[in-house]
Write a protein that binds this ligand. Structure first.
Ligand code: BGC
Length: 748
């Protein structure tokens, strides 16, 4: 009996051990990611490893079919999930289940100054990505707004590194909660589009560390981004996608990034640099397609056969390869091989609501003389809506962020919806013809906007309509066509295109209740500003554009956005164009572009110049109510290097409707060994207040907020001495000041 029992036990044990043997470590979710990565690594052949580090189609890279390791699917990003394209083409695959919700452009998100909106944005777009079975979202973008001519500014978060850093972190976290990687782009110094592959940026270390890198660093270190995209441009003579300084020294070295560096599409140029200078995953290198006859064109990528050949010939070892593969596998375990990730959701009402809320908080009321806004619909009978942007779909175009949306409400439609409720008549006139086309990579808007009338005829019609209305809403600005807010092109100047200034002037001369709604991702010149009582900065708002604009114009929503970048009065007031360099021609050879303005970007330059008065300053935005600020106080007049300082200020809603105010904290270093900006944003808080309500806000300062980057020591330094804390409603509307001293920590 004993014997039988013993042999039964042995059989059971045998079964367990066979089972244990059969379950490889990499499939065992109880094991750590690092253990699983190492387990896969030692199972892979050299060829399989090399396959893992380059694309197999426009947007995917292979897994390891033999081991059941899935492919990795990427998608643009950053405002919605891009429609499916053909295997190796930019053209549409023709799917019918790939329409998405378009969220507002990232400039609008930055203009909310509300990290909760960023989290909502990231979570929502991450859910859409997940539902569409995408593993890597190609976004968000945080390149600093250096010039208003940059065609891609609408995809970024403005001119200030602190604001961009605070806003990018929750976006990344929100996306990644879904088991989808955020791929932060374009790292780094991709600050204009023309000549983007051939621009070698010359920038000093102070500007690099203080202005251009902080948002990337925050995305990596605080947001925990799992991927980052190298930029097209060069820095120190090396392309951003294989750049020893940016990728190996800073990103992976100083910041400890353990994720994947993905090349921008077509941004890889050299196998040796790609091997040794930090690139992990190559995408978009030009191929002649799978139909072109070279077998698999992807085998010819820089990190494909040319790499294999070097290894086989013993010209390079496999240490770099293993590092790249480890990173790619780590990304897979975080995304495709994470058994706990959710299923996502798409085109849900919750996503439309998120798009609307973000838009509502991002719209900026720039000017509101005579309280022309909000429009009281019970008091007007007829509204004239003028302008192409009132009717043009804005989600198609602009480059890789172009979308195929399930629905997009135009401004005219949104205004009509609100007006209808109050039986207010809405009359529309075109005013000008901009770009009547509407197509991107085969996605068509389906709108027929062709109009052959002359500018004079269009203006005459608009003026007639405007003269006869109680108020006029002009909806214009830029669009997503080449040469405007569009990838791979820059604007020619600061002016509004298509003769819009003339139209606005004409409208202003016949109706003094004129509201200009500027739809753009960039600052524009406003030579008519004194003749127009109300101006609204409406950004590209995505699917809910019309509803969002109408809600703000009618006061259903009280505007609470503030500018994430300066609106200069003239292009010459932008340091990149006055003392720095900006090269506007396409060149075949590499061109140096010197950022001579150094750290003095945006309001840092305006402050330094003193006489340069921006059209609208950084941080500016009005509300339908008013806010009063108390004098700020500090809990101590001295701060030690390792100490903390609490700044307290109260804000009160002194108007008669509910509203949100963005309280801004700037730090001003009174004396320092190296030149410093007059002041720098180091804190902000958005608070909602009912009429009469007051709230106390506290900010904590540490030495981090007081430091500058000392390039001679290659270190952040908080220099002892006197500092002012400035509390403001914008960069030029400072409401209070309090001073303190940073000691050197010794008891004297
Ligand atoms: C853009 C990237 C984009 C990629 C894939 C590139 O041209 O610069 O931002 O993610 O294409 O579409």
């Amino acid at each position: 009996m004993k014997k039988i029992l013993f042999s039964l036990a042995l059989t059971a044990l045998g079964a367990i051990s066979v089972e244990a043997q059969q379950k490889p470590v990499y499939l065992d979710a109880t094991k750590s990611v690092e253990e699983r990565v190492e387990d896969v690594l030692q199972r892979l052949t050299l060829e399989e490893k090399v396959k893992l580090i380059h694309a197999q189609s426009k947007f995917s890279s292979p897994g390891v079919p033999r081991l059941g390791i899935p492919e990795l699917w990427t998608t643009d990003g950053p405002h919605g999930i891009r429609p499916e394209v053909l295997w190796d083409e930019w053209e549409q695959a023709g799917w019918t289940n790939d329409s998405c919700v378009a969220f507002p452009a990232l400039t609008c998100l930055a203009a909310t100054w509300n990290p909760e909106m960023s989290l909502l944005y990231g979570k929502s777009i991450g859910e859409e990505a997940r539902y569409r079975k995408k593993d890597v979202l190609l976004g968000p973008g945080v390149n600093i707004y250096r010039t208003p001519l940059n065609g891609r500014n609408f995809e970024y978060m403005g001119e200030d590194p602190y604001l961009a850093a605070r806003m990018v972190v929750p976006y990344v976290q929100g996306v990644q909660q879904n088991g989808v990687a955020a791929c932060v782009k374009h790292y780094a110094l991709n600050n204009h589009e023309i000549n983007r592959h051939n621009t070698n940026v010359i920038v000093d270390d102070r500007a690099l560390y203080e202005i251009y890198l902080p948002a990337f660093k925050a995305a990596v270190q605080e947001g925990g981004a799992w991927a980052i995209m190298g930029s097209y441009n060069l820095y120190k003579g090396q392309h951003g996608c294989h750049n020893q300084y940016l990728l190996n020294d800073i990103l992976k070295g100083e910041w400890g990034f353990d994720g994947v560096v993905i090349s921008d599409w077509g941004g890889t140029h050299n196998t040796d640099e790609a091997i040794s200078n930090g690139l992990d995953l190559e995408f978009g290198t030009w191929t002649n397609g799978l139909s072109g006859g070279v077998g698999n064109a992807y085998d010819n990528y820089y990190l494909a056969n040319p790499y294999l050949k070097r290894i086989r010939e013993g010209r390079v070892g496999t240490q770099e390869l293993d590092d790249k593969v480890r990173r790619v596998l780590r990304l897979m375990f975080r995304t495709t091989m994470n058994p706990n990730r959710s299923y996502g959701s798409m085109t849900s009402e919750a996503h439309y609501e998120a798009a609307r809320r973000i838009g509502e908080e991002g719209i900026v009321l720039l000017q509101n003389r005579n309280n022309v806004l909000p429009l009281d619909l019970s008091e007007v009978k007829k509204i004239a809506v003028i302008g192409e942007n009132a009717i043009k779909m804005m989600t198609v175009g602009g480059g890789s962020s172009s979308l195929k949306v399930q629905r997009e409400i135009s401004p005219l439609e949104g205004i009509r919806r609100y007006a209808d409720v109050h039986h207010v008549e809405v009359v529309y006139a075109r005013g000008y013809v901009g770009d009547s086309t509407g197509e991107y990579n085969g996605v068509v808007t389906g709108q027929n906007l062709a109009d052959s009338r002359t500018p004079e005829e269009l203006i005459a019609e608009a003026v007639k309509v405007a003269a006869d209305a109680d108020c006029v809403i002009f909806v214009g600005g830029l669009n997503k066509s080449k040469g405007q807010d569009c990838e791979d092109s820059d604007r020619k100047g600061l002016e509004l295109p298509y003769g819009q200034d003339r139209v606005i002037e004409a409208l202003a001369s016949v109706n003094d209740r004129l509201i200009v709604v500027n739809v753009s991702g960039n600052a524009v010149a406003m030579p008519w500003i004194d003749k127009v009582p109300a101006v609204v900065q409406a950004w590209f708002l995505g699917s809910e554009a019309g509803n969002t604009i109408a809600a703000v114009l009618t006061g259903d929503v009280n505007p609470s956005g503030k500018l994430p970048f300066t609106f200069p009065a003239r292009l010459e007031d932008v340091p990149a164009h006055s003392i720095g360099e900006y090269v506007a021609e396409r060149k075949k050879e590499v061109v140096d572009v010197k950022y001579n303005e150094s750290i003095f970007v945006g309001y840092r330059w305006a402050d330094k110049q003193k006489k340069v008065k921006p059209l609208f300053p950084f941080g500016h935005g009005l509300s339908y109510t008013t806010f009063a600020y108390s004098q700020p106080t500090v809990n101590d007049k001295v701060m030690t290097p390792d100490g903390k300082l609490t700044v307290t200020v109260s804000v009160k809603n002194t108007g008669d409707c509910k509203g949100k105010e963005i309280v801004q904290l700037y730090v001003s270093d009174k004396k320092s060994s190296l030149p410093r900006p007059v002041k720098e944003l180091k804190g902000f808080r958005k608070v909602e207040l009912a009429p009469g309500e007051e709230q106390e806000i506290q900010f904590t300062l540490t030495k981090e907020e007081l430091s500058y980057f000392d390039d001679t020591r290659h270190a952040w330094v908080a220099e002892p001495g006197k500092f002012d804390v400035l509390i403001g409603a914008s960069a030029t509307d400072i409401r209070g000041k309090v001073s303190f001293e940073l000691t050197d920590g010794t008891n004297k």
